[in-house]
Ligand binder design. Sequence first.
Ligand code: NAP
Length: 272
Amino acid sequence: MDVIEAHGARIPVIGFGTMTLKGDLCVELVEAALQLGYRHLDTAQMYGNEREVGSGLRGCGLKREDVFLTTKVWFNRLAPGDFERSVDESLEKLGLPWVDLLMIHWPNAQIPLKDSIASLCKVKKAGLAKNIGIANFNIAMIDETAGVASEPIAVLQIEAHPYLDQSKVIAAARRHGMAVVGYCPLARGKVPGDATLQKIGRTHGKTASQVALRYLEQERIIPIPRTSKRERLAENLGSLAFSLSDAEMAEIGRLRRPDARIVSPPQAPQWD
Ligand SMILES: NC(=O)c1ccc[n+]([C@@H]2O[C@H](COP(=O)([O-])OP(=O)(O)OC[C@H]3O[C@@H](n4cnc5c(N)ncnc54)[C@H](OP(=O)(O)O)[C@@H]3O)[C@@H](O)[C@H]2O)c1
């Protein structure tokens, strides 16, 4: 699979999101995704499925270095000491000595950013994470992070789908050489029924979901769609197999609208 490179990280251009997937279904879907050709998995300590994701990864028969695995530290574990314990717990559950990408899941206004970034960098230096990243940071936080980090920050993960304008925060991440990973790429189920995306899809023999994922891929945003249905794993991976024209990209760009943000919990920063 093609990769996007950032500060030495080589990130496969689509990933499998695993939030809400639990138990045997999670193990089976992770194995099935990897057998189908996915090479990038997204989990987090908060998802409560690191054991299952690790089991699926170890059971799939691929070499460890052929799969890019991300996990994240929840925002209430960012204090020095607690951060490192959270990472140790994640690795123990995953059954792995290191992850490809470790991210801060959300900022925490109660804990100095420089302290959690120092912990993040320390974990990378210790070899427990090959690469490090941040999620749900605003522009000021991205700039501050880049200023204090002693190790390169490879990735910003943010909500990204055709309805949400994230151009300012994406530009900030790219100014610092970060790759952008997009969560909720299907707008949590709003994309499949979208008339414009369906219409564009018909001309390519593709679904609205495939069109939305392709749109992000052509914008160099790495989507991490989640599904609990095996057949949709293949459908979503099929987004890599066609191209949208400039006119189609512009038409999809016009789907942006105010109030399109889906994920904004109390710990969210002031969005740009
Ligand atoms: N960093 C963060 O703060 C953060 C926040 C949210 C999410 N994430 C990550 O991003 C991943 C994706 O985001 P998400 O899970 O919130 O939303 P999403 O991927 O946009 O949407 C998932 C929903 O879309 C449906 N779906 C998937 N493929 C489909 C298809 N081809 N056709 C029709 N429906 C389809 C799924 O239903 P079925 O299961 O029925 O297929 C599910 O209900 C998460 O799993 C997680 O790994 C990160």
